[in-house]
Design a protein around this ligand. Sequence first.
Ligand code: ADP
Ligand code: MG
Length: 240
Amino acid sequence: MITVKNLQKAFGKLEILKGIDLTIQKGEVIVVIGPSGSGKSTFLRCLNLLEQPTGGEITFEGQSITDRKHDINVTREKMGMVFQQFNLFPHKTVLQNITLAPVKVKKQSPAEADKIAMDLLRTVGLEDKKDAYPSQLSGGQKQRVAIARALAMQPHVMLFDEPTSALDPEMVGEVLEVMKKLAEQGMTMVIVTHEMGFAREVGDRILFMDGGFIVEQGTPAEVFGSPKHARTQDFLSKVL
Ligand code: ADP
Ligand code: MG
């Protein structure tokens, strides 16, 4: 579904991604782990072109999306993204947050968008909050709305950048549960997280990033059970 070849990103003279190679299959759940500052967020943001890569190539569903002629908006619609800070529209209700883009961008009728949104709210367990405003929700509820909002665009892949890092500990589980359900339904997902239990349980493949490279990758059993590289061993010894 996605092929990344020698992906590079620099901010001015500062090289952040130094050559990332990766192939993501449809339905695969990739979990990206690694120390702060290693380039995990930059990598995700390059995948959906929130950041313009400075080198290399990304193909998505057979098309080069790093080609200058490519329409970025077409790709973004197919890649849902969920951030650490939920980024909900504060002056819109839960239902309006979810239906806004499908009506504006996908040209769905309001009735159709409402119906899809209610189905999604049921999936994330928040049917009864459809008329609430973000300020009336807990962090975990806000993040579940953000996930429903991303799903409303019917993306082909979902990117998560530390979706539970801003949550109080007691709310982490409800968000991970929704993500696990998505994974079980076959959604292709790339997830940056520090939740190692979740990574081990739900990830098909774990990538360990450090210093702008993928240092090591493998199944959860391989990476967590017998990490090969000293840097991976060192990182895991601090977080496990
Ligand atoms: P991670 O998500 O692994 O913590 P990031 O991808 O956020 O790492 O950041 C990697 C490095 O890139 C950091 O040193 C950060 O300061 C730098 N960086 C990220 N975004 C920018 C930017 N817009 N301009 C300059 N430097 C940036
Ligand atoms: Mg980050």
